[in-house]
Write a protein of this length. Structure first.
Length: 80
């Protein structure tokens, strides 16, 4: 049964690199807000035409709560 938490893989497969990055940015901002972390601590590059190998997102401060944003710096490399 589908719910608001269900993800249709067909929709995801049609995202461009830019729209996928913007969607991921939104998810990171939501998680930051959930753990009461300023969204200004979430830094995401929207440059999608750079060769692979760089850091695409950085969280400058994390938490020790039940979050994947751990205390200290967290880095992400996006694959779209």
């Amino acid at each position: 049964m589908a719910s608001i938490f269900s993800i249709d893989s067909d929709i995801l497969s049609h995202l461009t690199a830019e729209t996928a990055t913007k969607a991921f940015r939104g998810l990171l901002w939501c998680e930051a807000r959930r753990i009461r972390l300023s969204p200004h601590k979430v830094v995401i590059s929207l440059k999608t035409n750079i060769a692979d190998g760089g850091i695409d997102a950085r969280i400058d401060e994390g938490t020790t709560t039940d979050s994947f944003l751990v205390k200290g710096l967290t880095y992400f490399q996006l694959k779209a």
